[in-house]
Ligand binder design. Sequence first.
Ligand code: XCC
Length: 665
Amino acid sequence: MGKYASLTADPAVEQMLEITREKGIETAFDRAENIKPCPIGSDGVCCKICAMGPCRLVGKVTTGICGATLDTVVARNLARQIAAGSAAHSDHGRDMALALLAVAEGHAPDYRVRDVGKLVEVAHFLGVPVQGRDLNDITRDVAEAALAQFGQQHGPLKYLERAPKKRQQIWKELDIAPRGIDREVVETLHRTHIGNDQDAEHILDHALRTALADGWGGSMLSTDITDILFGTPVPLTSEVNMGALEEDQVNIIVHGHEPLLSEMILMACQDPEMIEYAKSKGATGINLTGICCTANETLMRQGVRSAGNFLSQELAIATGVVEAMVVDIQCIMQALVPVAEQYHTKLITTSRKAKIKGAIHMQFNEREALKIAKEIVKVGIDNYPNRGKSERVYIPNVSAPLVAGFSHEYLRYMQGGYYRGSFRPLNDAIIAGRIRGVAGVVGCNNPRTPHDYTHNYVVQELIKNDVLVVQTGCSAISVAKLGLLGPEALRYAGPGLREVCEAIGIPPVLHLGSCVDNTRILTVATQMATEGGLGEDIADLPAVGLAPEWMSEKALSIGAYFVASGVYVIFGTKNPIAGSEEIQRLISEGWESKVGGKLEFILDPQEMVRKSLEHIDKKRAALGLVEYDPTRYGQSGDIPLAAFFAVPPEKRNLYSRKAYIDVRY
Ligand code: XCC
């Protein structure tokens, strides 16, 4: 056990913490120890929406000055957080749609439609005719139709039709089908203004509608348009963690969320002239890595290596080998500035929406994307000779291989090929009890809980219990760092799950992408629900969603749209509504009786797993499926795992039994 093993499960982060603490460089890990969370805000009982307050509803104080009750205040705070999360994802989606429009109009010459098939599919969903039309015209109309979803005033969002019929009916009856994406966010802010909606249940119903506008609106559009512009992911191998940084190359890290930037930076890094320029400065090349979800975007499509997740951002700079950290939007700590100041690293902001005082701002735009990307990369290259002049350089020799790139299209394809692709095999495996159920494990890191531990614990326990796990965001990177996104994870999988994964040739934990790509999980769930044999709605599936180490408002929005889609969702780390028993009841039992899904904050990892399995078994029983029995499957055709792991890792090939046997015997 290392000195900081209680703070992180990631050995690279642990090594870097030794360095930053020795040098007195403060990081989020230190601040989390030094700053006690405000107990009033923590429980959601501080109301600061007007200047009569802030009113702290603690002890004998049960209402604010205006008379707003504890339940109203807690519900309003939660609804506003969900609205902020929905706004963040959806505004990202809007920028993708604007970029697509710019491509169609010839204003973004460095981008193009890379996946015409996906464009046609999306055109169909948005009601854009394609027959006999010019590609550019279709692209323009798809972009315009997508943009119209943001400002739509009447009628449900178009993508709601992608949900199971029964689900659409539930939304309609409850009057929570979102209209325009922007409209729902604005309405949440309006309703939660002083003196407006003061019925907690009513406020929370609208919070669900706002979240749905994210999941079945802004985020889903973002995923689709990203696939159109950069390609729909297919499985590929790559590597994660700080070992991906290279000592003899110019290291550029992209951090943030929008692939519009990171894809261009990648192109600039691959440009032969730029590589030659890097060599002229004494480097052997340019090494691009990523952090947070922009890393997931380029990892999913191009195999760009990820240097870490949310809590790795400051520590990556402390390696002393990062020439430039290029950031756009979301999850970027202001604390990067003081850390970068201790090193030669240039911190470069690029979004017109997000400047950070003390960083270099080089504003990115789609019109001159590659030109600006090259200018940014050049700043990094020019900085290479400054490396090591005043700082110690250290790269943790820690990395892990992984398989990423599981789009929902690929999941379908891998279960039957081009002509017979479907979710039939997965449904059958669940019906037979080979696979007990499915879990989506997603979300952030949070220094209030040991980094990466709960993600890894929960995922390992679930696959051990024959639950197939799908992942996105920082959670996916968490488990990838410890080897769970590769075939090696099969050693932890239960026998039935392992049998299915070996037959199809997939790991038991599947990386579906960035946080906006949680919408891929909605699509998968819909396809499973409508394939047959597992009911007729997402709420019927033996499935759960977990965000074990969440921290952002975006995570709350994701959680709420999964609940509104019928899923039982468990959040760890902390409970932002702990101040009101009634709100906790409303979002669990209350929401379950309305939409079939519920949200619970459960801080104990073992309890998270126990409740997940209990829920999965409850849904299996409701569907009349055989009771799950861990000993029933997995006995046939097995290569003993002990023998498999006796083969040196570099010689193993799990995807080819023959290759394995050749090596072994
Ligand atoms: Fe959370 Fe979304 Fe940010 Fe990572 S990057 S910290 S929101 S998991 Ni998407």
